[in-house]
Design a protein around this ligand. Structure first.
Ligand SMILES: [Fe+2]
Length: 276
């Protein structure tokens, strides 16, 4: 299908809504080209009022590259027949959680920063959302880098962060242990060529080659800058929303929500390359 889409900016910092497209149907290459250009320009795309099943979510994600396989969850797949789909939810069925992350706040992070090749894009589709809470915030890491005070920029030149793999973004211990990864603090986006701050997540991160007395305050200063409100936008979800974010040049976080409310999201990710 060809859709004459409309791109509407969502905040001065980051994000655009794409209107006039039904992602349950295949979009043509011209339409996809405009969507991908908007993604490069705005970093986070919102599509409202979608009616996606897992097949449609996987199909749309595949237009952005090969898909990551979701990790096993409590020894099993999240969704039978769709190994690419992960469930983010606080809902329990028959006493067992159906997905990850519960209802707690999730702290600022980029996805899978602790692996060698973190995903390029993350695609999160809302089936059920709480009436209040559970908003997701996004932060623009190009802007964070471009406005970084010169003194800070000089202190991180050529340096790398050792990313800790033990805890997820809600602070829970991961079920599967993976080795930590080292990535440059400033990375070059492979599609846009722009420089972005690449912080991953704060907990247990260290800067390679620096003693803790130097590494900790430097990381604190970088995080304080990168998460300033002027770089961010927060999204209040509705069922039927799909958000696609570029995981290479953004951070995201989630507000907590009341555990008595249901929140059910399905997520896919497209494969990325090693940050450099
Ligand atoms: Fe995440």
């Amino acid at each position: 299908m060809h859709y004459p889409i409309e791109v509407a900016q969502l905040s001065p910092a980051i994000g655009a809504e794409i209107r006039g497209v039904d992602l349950a149907r295949e979009v043509d290459d011209a339409c996809l080209g405009r969507i991908r250009q908007a993604w490069r320009d705005h970093l986070v795309l919102l599509f409202r009022g979608q009616r996606l099943d897992d097949a449609a979510l996987v199909r749309f994600t595949s237009r952005f590259g090969a898909l990551e396989i979701a990790p096993l969850f409590q020894g099993r797949r999240f969704v039978e027949n769709f190994p690419e789909v992960m469930i983010i939810s606080n809902v329990k069925a028959d006493g067992r959680e159906i997905g990850s992350l519960g209802n707690a706040e999730a702290f600022w992070h980029s996805d899978l920063n602790f692996v060698e090749q973190p995903p390029a894009g993350s695609f999160l589709y809302a089936y059920e959302v709480p009436p209040v809470g559970g908003d997701t915030g996004f932060a623009n890491m190009y802007a964070a880098y471009e406005t970084l005070p010169e003194a800070l920029r000089a202190r991180i030149a050529g340096r790398r962060i050792q990313h800790d793999a033990r805890f997820n973004s809600a602070g829970y211990l991961r079920e599967v242990q993976v080795p930590d990864a080292l990535h440059p603090i400033v990375r070059t986006h492979p599609e846009t060529g722009r420089l972005a701050l690449y912080l991953g997540r704060r907990a247990n991160a260290t800067i390679e080659g620096l003693p803790a007395d130097d590494s900790e305050p430097l990381l604190d200063a970088l995080w304080a800058h990168a998460t300033e409100a002027r770089f961010t936008w927060h999204h209040q979800w509705r069922a039927g929303d799909l958000i696609a974010w570029d995981n290479r040049c953004t951070l995201h976080r989630r507000d907590s929500f009341d555990e008595s409310h249901r929140r059910v999201m399905h997520r896919t990710q497209s494969c990325g390359t090693r940050p450099n």
